[in-house]
Design a protein around this ligand. Structure first.
Ligand code: AMP
Length: 281
C-alpha cells in the first residue's frame, strides 16, 4: 500500500477499501481496528475518531498537525501514517500495524526489562528522535503508552498529538507529568533537549519499572523533577553503565545533557543494544 500511496499520493481512501477485523484497542477519542486494504491485502491499523469528540475538545487543529507531521516521517522506529479519510461522523487514520502492541503492557507484565532489551529500545528511540529533530519535530510526549512494538519487537513511536514542528524554542505547557523535563515543569522556554531528558526517564523506568520522580501527588512529582531528586534503588540490580547514562541525561541544565549522538556512543548502549533494533520478548 505504501507504494500505491507514493505512486498516487492524491488517492482518496474510503471505508469501502478496507475489510475490518478485530478491535486492537480503545483510546480517549475512539477505537483502533485491525484492517486490510482489499486490493493489495496490506494489513494496517485503522484508528477511528469521532468528529463530535474532536470538536467538543477543540482538538481539530492538534489532530491535523499530528497527521501532517506523522505523514511526513519515514523511519523504521516511527509508526507510519499512510493516509486518512472521513465520513459524516468519523475520521479514519490508516496506520502501520504494530503487532506487538504497547511497550507499556510488556513493562507492566514483566515489572522491568532486561538490560539488553532496555538498551535496544533506548537506542531505537534515540535514532528515531535524532531523525525527528533533524526534521525539526520535537515529540514532547514520549511515554511507554505511546511506544508500540512490531512483530519483531522493533520499537515504533506513535501518537504525535503533542509534537511540534518548529526550530524555535517553545513556551507551551503540555505533556504527562512524570516524563516532563524541569524546564517544562517550570514553564520555561524549551527545545529539543526535553526529549533527551525523557530518554533518561524512560531508561530508568525500563530498568526499575517505575519512573524516577514518581510521587503521591502532582505537587511532589513537580518538586522532585525541579530538584532532580534522583536515586537508584538497590533492587533490581542495575549496572553502573546504565546508571551513568541515566545520570548524564537527567541533568537540570538542558545544555549539559548528553546529546543523542553521545547516547548512541555510550558504553551501555554499545555493550547491550541489538544493532538490528529487534527485541524478542
Ligand atoms: P490510541 O487511541 O492511539 O491510544 O490507541 C488505543 C490502543 O489501540 C492502543 O493502546 C494500542 O493498544 C492499540 N493500537 C493503536 N494503534 C495501533 C497500531 N498502529 N497497531 C496496533 N495496535 C494499535
Amino acid at each position: 500500500m505504501s507504494s500505491q500511496r507514493e505512486e498516487n499520493p492524491q488517492r482518496q481512501w474510503s471505508l469501502q477499501d478496507f475489510e475490518i477485523g478485530k478491535p486492537l484497542g480503545k483510546g480517549k477519542f475512539g477505537r483502533v481496528y485491525l484492517a486490510r486494504e482489499i486490493k493489495s491485502k496490506y494489513v494496517v491499523a485503522l484508528k477511528v475518531l469521532y468528529k463530535e469528540q474532536i470538536e467538543k475538545y477543540r482538538l481539530h487543529h492538534q489532530l491535523r498537525r499530528e497527521m501532517e507531521i506523522q505523514t511526513g516521517l519515514r523511519h523504521p522506529n516511527v509508526l507510519r501514517l499512510y493516509g486518512w479519510f472521513h465520513d459524516a461522523e468519523r475520521i479514519y487514520l490508516i496506520l502501520e500495524y504494530a503487532h506487538g502492541g504497547e511497550l507499556y503492557r510488556l513493562l507492566r507484565k514483566t515489572g522491568h526489562l532486561r538490560e539488553k532489551q532496555a538498551a535496544t529500545y533506548i537506542a531505537s528511540l534515540t535514532q528515531a528522535l535524532a531523525y525527528c529533530h533533524q526534521k525539526h519535530v520535537i515529540h514532547r510526549d514520549i511515554k511507554p503508552e505511546n511506544l508500540l512494538l512490531d512483530h519483531e519487537g522493533r520499537l515504533k513511536i506513535a501518537d504525535f498529538g503533542w509534537s511540534v514542528q518548529s526550530s524555535l524554542k517553545r513556551h507551551t505547557m503540555c505533556g504527562t507529568l512524570d516524563y516532563l523535563a524541569p524546564e517544562m515543569v517550570e514553564n520555561k522556554a524549551h527545545d529539543y533537549a526535553v526529549d533527551n531528558w525523557t530518554l533518561g526517564v524512560l531508561c530508568y523506568e525500563f530498568l526499575y519499572g517505575i519512573p524516577p520522580f514518581e510521587a503521591e501527588n502532582q505537587k511532589d512529582t513537580f518538586r522532585r523533577i525541579i530538584k532532580v531528586d534522583l536515586s537508584f534503588p538497590s533492587i533490581p540490580n542495575v549496572s553502573a553503565d546504565a546508571k551513568d547514562l541515566i545520570s548524564r541525561l537527567l541533568v537540570k541544565d538542558s545544555s549539559k545533557r548528553l546529546s543523542l549522538q553521545k547516547i548512541l556512543e555510550h558504553p551501555w548502549i554499545n555493550k547491550n543494544a541489538d544493532p538490528t533494533g529487534t527485541c524478542p520478548k
